[in-house]
Each structure stands twice: as C-alpha cells, then as structure tokens.
Design a protein around this ligand. Sequence first.
Ligand code: ZN
Length: 354
Amino acid sequence: MVSEAPSAHPNRETSRQKDFYRIEWAAFLLYKYLYVMIKPGQMYTFLMLSLGLLLSCGAVKQTPGTQTDEQLLTDVKILSSDSYEGRKTGTKGAEMARAYLTGRFKSIGLDSFPQLQGYEQPFSFKTGEKTIEGKNMIGLIAGEKKQVIVISAHYDHIGIIRGQVYNGADDNASGVAALLEIAAYFKKHKPMHTLVFAAFDAEEMGLQGAKAFVANPPVPIQLITLNINMDMISRSDKNELYACGTAKNPFLKKYFHTSVPTPKVILGHDDPKTGRDDWTNQSDHSAFNDKNIPFIYFGVEDHEDYHKATDDYQNIDEAFFIGATKSILEIIDNIDRKRDSQQLIHDNQRMKKQ
Ligand SMILES: [Zn+2]
C-alpha cells in the first residue's frame, strides 16, 4: 500500500476535489483504452455485459451452501426433538423453544423492539374457563424503507398426548427453521422493506398468537404491506409446494419466479368457492387477511403424519425442504426489490441477443 505523506494543514475540500479528478481521469483512460482495444461493434456488447453483470448482482446470492443447509436442518432437528415435548403453548417445551429462538435470533443479529421483553411479545386468551399465556417471538431487520413485510411461522405444536410426544417436525419446526434462514440471508443483504420476523405461539389453539400480534402490532399496522406465512413446508409426495393468497391479490403473481428447479411452486388453495380446499383461514396469515393485509401462505397438502406422533424429523424430505426454503427466499427477495417476471424476461432477452 502506498500512502501519501500527510500535509501539515490538509484542506479537505481540495483533497476531495483532487480525488474526484483522479477518479474521473482514471475513468477517461479506461474508456479510451477500451475504445481502442475493442472494435466499435463490440463496444455495445461490452457495455451490455457489464450492465448484465451489475443487474445480476441484485439476485439472491446465497449459493445452495452446505453450511446454510446444515443449519436449516439442524434447526428442525432440535426444535422437533423429544426434549421439546411437542412445544405446546404454556408448557416447558414451549419455553425451551423460546430459549432456543432467542439464541438463534441473537446469533443472526436480529434487532428487538424496545417495547417488547427482549424478543418476547406476551399475550393471553381464554379457552372455556381457563386463561392461557402465550408468547410470540419477534425480531427485526430495518430496511431502506419503513414499509414492513411480516415473515411468520408458528413455533407451537400440540404437546404430549396419552404419553406420546407430538414433535411437529413438519408442523411447524420446518417453517420456523426457514424463517431463521431467511432472516440470516437478509441480515447479510440489507432489504428494501423493513422485515419483521414473527415466530407465533398458540396457532394450534386458534391462531391466537397471530391475532394478538395484529391486535397489538409492534409497528403501526398501516405500515404492514404484506404477510408471508410458512406452515408445513418440508415434505410432499407429489413434490408440490402451494402458495395461497394470490387469488385475492393477483398483483403478487408476477413475483413467482425462482432459479430453484424443485419443488414445484403452485398458486392455489385460495378460491373461496372450494370450501375446505381454500386455505385462507387455515393458519396465521388469516389474522392478517382479516385486517385486509395481503398475504402469501406457503404450505403443503396434509400428509399421513399430519397431527400425528409420527410427524418426526426422519419423515421430512430434506431435499424438498431445502428447495422449498430457497424458493420462498427468492420470491421474498423478488417482492422486496420489486423484481417482477416481466423485468426478468426483459433482462434475459437482452442477454440472449448478444
Ligand atoms: Zn401448523
């Protein structure tokens, strides 16, 4: 490294100006060099290539790295292990899940809201005569804009029934693990929107955590522009991941393109005419929909281990789960940066012409 001797009375303005002239001069020389070295016909190609390179820098840069995949699987494995006792709201298992999530939120570097207790948002609700206490886990990454996307997944499950632990690996340790991977990505790649990460409690008791969140959100509710909810995303015999919610908000359809070849992401399960096949009220996104906040819910169709003691880690499909998480991440990134498929086709055609 070459450093210039500091002058006794540095004039900041002058030295800044000098730097500017130096950069301008270097740019001019580079341009002249390229002009001489590259035939005029190729200059356009060169410029377009550079532009393409610049544009591609905006794409999700998380290589299907083994480290991220390992972490994703580890999170599911731990949260769905017997020691978490099925994470039923109000139990020791749920408290252990919160302790684990606090550690993960901290290590990722998520901020917390000053009005909450760490990452915890306590709430209570009644079932019959009983009052039950629940706690949502909420973290934050501030973006360039104050408009908010809430990325959610419930961490509770149904506990121990007749001596059997219901581990809820797919339902919904999978969604929570994906939430953590997405949070880690955006911590490294600053988002445009402010992202609120919400691991909800008491979904299995009637979406209570999500209802408490929208009743008392940590940000003004009018700033919440979208909810992305994940609930059961780690297995499908048909290799299908559904995205529900674009029927009501078709403007979201254009963001559904990913570089991940599998699983198939299918828009659907959101036609009110189809009765139980309409999943609009099936998970936490329903609470956002009730407040007229657009949502996308990612999930799979019910499988043989759904709400059974056999919803265990060994029954999830690791490849499906890794692919599903990456697809969801890319779609969120598209929405966050408003990269629609029209823009992508345009970029691709331009690259092909060269
Ligand atoms: Zn669930």
